[in-house]
Design a protein around this ligand. Structure first.
Ligand SMILES: Cc1ncc(COP(=O)(O)O)c(C=O)c1O
Length: 531
């Protein structure tokens, strides 16, 4: 008989080894609601309270019973899961409900169309591609228009019409003595050369400092953290990052990232050369509350300025609600609290209800490019299982007059109050509490002058938050993680089913960590392992 053997560790073993060294190694055997379960060698289970919430994908908790039952029913009924290029009423219903919710919440009069995807980063790339297609098509339409004007103006100039150059660019005087059929004259050629050079300028994606939009080759270009982005920078076009909550920088970026095309217009027998501005910006992409950047909410003024400048330049505003959306902040979209409407919304994480991989790029109808559907596809996107789960997740959120949103607000309010209490009690340890409802962050004060050598070492290493998380897991059975790009901020994203008891357990655990940090406790963390 073959004895069962432990297979070699080949699934990303190095990071796991590192996690083990800081106390974050755990293998869970079961999950339900806000709880994960560890098992010892004898099979005895121990509860861990999960505040990491699948990095934001568990608005409805682990293995929500209704979603599990729904998935089981779907599989037992043999629903077609992979029937690409066929009609899917489930996908349609999910898209229609998404449109209805977004319209209700943002007050938009327009319907929204959905392109499904498999992951957050992929849905972000769908948005980027769609926006670039839109830009290229707008540019092509402008080129066609200018081309026909140039031909008409050429005739007028040949016939002796005067030229009035109102553009800021020096242009040659037309050679009126050219023989008929000699092709474009000096003026037309100069305008065409100018325009060709302007149109060849590459597009620019605008994003915010601290942004996190994913780690695929395209989405990575708008993820600000240089540690993640730089090694792969040569694979994509560099984006332009503007500081958060400083509207003047955003407006300046738009002003700088534009070109002027020259176009002749017939001004009553005079050929007037005018400038037509064209923005090089493909899209402005932002998170209403930056997640991995450290739970940083956008200020209302800034969000409104972003909306306003996008409208002024005719550029799509892409709102990445992958982490902040789906009810977590007490509304379906965190951005609707800011009073802004996006041209695109990107959703993922909780859309799959914690059991499916689902993502969606939702586009306002008047900005939607139907031809995108022929140009973009993915085998697994819009499959029968994930769209059915997504539809049920939306129905659960919307049920009972939005009880889920109220629950998020209430539970989040209690959690926030508790964290603020800790900040008041340990002002030398807790720097700030940020966020809304069930998307909260607690930033530690810089500990690099702690009297504990180990704490100091972690503070200077960028791994302080991981050490705190490891301690919370090992000693208090609390699961929490720092945000990916701001690692002294712990992020709390539990489900709407968070209980007062669970908040209290977190309070006890965090109090103990804060007290030991305040007391410069040398034994709080294990020695820093080499990366
Ligand atoms: C705001 C935001 N956008 C995009 C992503 C990328 O999503 P995924 O990890 O599913 O690719 C994340 C993931 O954390 C995110 O928080």
């Amino acid at each position: 008989m073959n004895m069962p053997t432990t297979p070699p560790e080949l699934a990303e073993p190095h990071i796991r080894g590192w996690m083990a060294a800081v106390g974050l190694d755990a293998e869970y055997v079961r999950a339900s609601g806000n709880l994960l379960y560890l098992a010892d060698a004898a099979g005895r289970e121990a509860e861990v309270i999960d505040f990491a919430g699948g990095f934001g994908s568990l608005v409805l908790g682990h293995n929500h019973p209704e979603l599990v039952a729904h998935a089981r029913d779907l599989l037992e009924a043999g629903v077609p899961i992979h029937a690409q290029f066929s009609r899917s009423q489930t996908a349609n219903r999910a898209a229609a409900l998404l449109s209805e919710i977004i319209q209700r919440e943002t007050g938009s009069k327009e319907r929204h169309l959905t392109v499904f995807a498999n992951s957050g980063a992929e849905a972000v790339e769908v948005a980027i591609k769609h926006a670039e297609l839109d830009r290229v098509n707008r540019l092509a339409a402008l080129e066609v228009d200018i081309d026909s004007r140039l031909r008409a103006a050429g005739e007028l100039v040949r016939g002796g019409a005067p030229v009035d150059n109102t553009s800021g660019y020096p242009l040659p005087v037309e050679d009126h003595d050219r023989p008929a059929g000699a092709g474009p004259g000096l003026l037309e050629r100069a305008i065409r050369d100018h325009n060709a050079a302007a149109m060849a300028r590459p597009p620019v994606l605008l994003a915010l400092e601290g942004a996190f939009h994913g780690k695929l080759v395209g989405s990575l270009q708008i993820t600000h953290n240089p540690g993640f982005r730089q090694p792969f920078a040569a694979l994509g076009r560099p984006a332009r990052f503007v500081p958060v909550n400083q509207p003047e920088h955003l407006v300046k970026a738009f002003e700088q990232e534009r070109v002027s095309l020259l176009a002749p217009v017939d001004a009553g027998g005079v050929v007037r050369i005018v400038e037509r501005e064209f923005s090089l910006v493909t899209a402005l992409v932002l998170e209403p509350i930056q997640g991995e950047g450290g739970i940083v909410p956008l200020q209302t003024d800034f969000a409104r300025a972003a909306r306003e400048v996008c409208t002024r330049y005719g550029i799509p505003l892409v709102i990445d609600e992958i982490q902040s959306g789906m009810g977590r902040t007490g509304r379906f979209l965190a951005s609707s609290e800011l009073g802004i409407q996006g041209d695109y919304y990107v959703l993922a994480k909780a859309l799959g209800g914690g059991i499916a991989k689902a993502a969606a790029t939702v586009v306002r109808e008047s900005r939607y490019r139907p031809e995108f559907e022929y140009l973009h596809s993915s085998t697994f996107a819009r499959d029968g299982l994930s769209t059915a789960i997504a539809l049920r997740v939306l129905e659960i959120l919307e049920r009972d007059g939005g009880a889920a949103y109220r629950r998020a607000r209430e539970a989040g309010g209690h959690l926030r109050e508790m964290l603020l209490g800790l900040q008041a009690e340990f002002p030398d340890v807790v720097r700030e509490v940020r966020g809304r409802a069930l998307m909260l962050g607690l930033e530690f004060q810089d500990q690099s002058s702690s009297r504990s050598a180990v704490i100091r070492e972690y503070a200077g290493s960028g791994f302080f938050g991981y050490a705190a998380a490891g301690h919370l897991l090992q000693h208090h059975r609390i699961r929490v993680f720092p945000t990916a790009s701001a690692t002294t901020t712990l992020r709390f994203e539990p489900s709407i089913y968070l209980t007062g008891g669970q908040i209290d357990s977190l309070r006890v655990a965090l109090r103990s960590v804060c007290a030991r940090l305040r007391d410069h406790d040398e034994d709080l963390f294990p020695p820093l392992p080499p990366m």
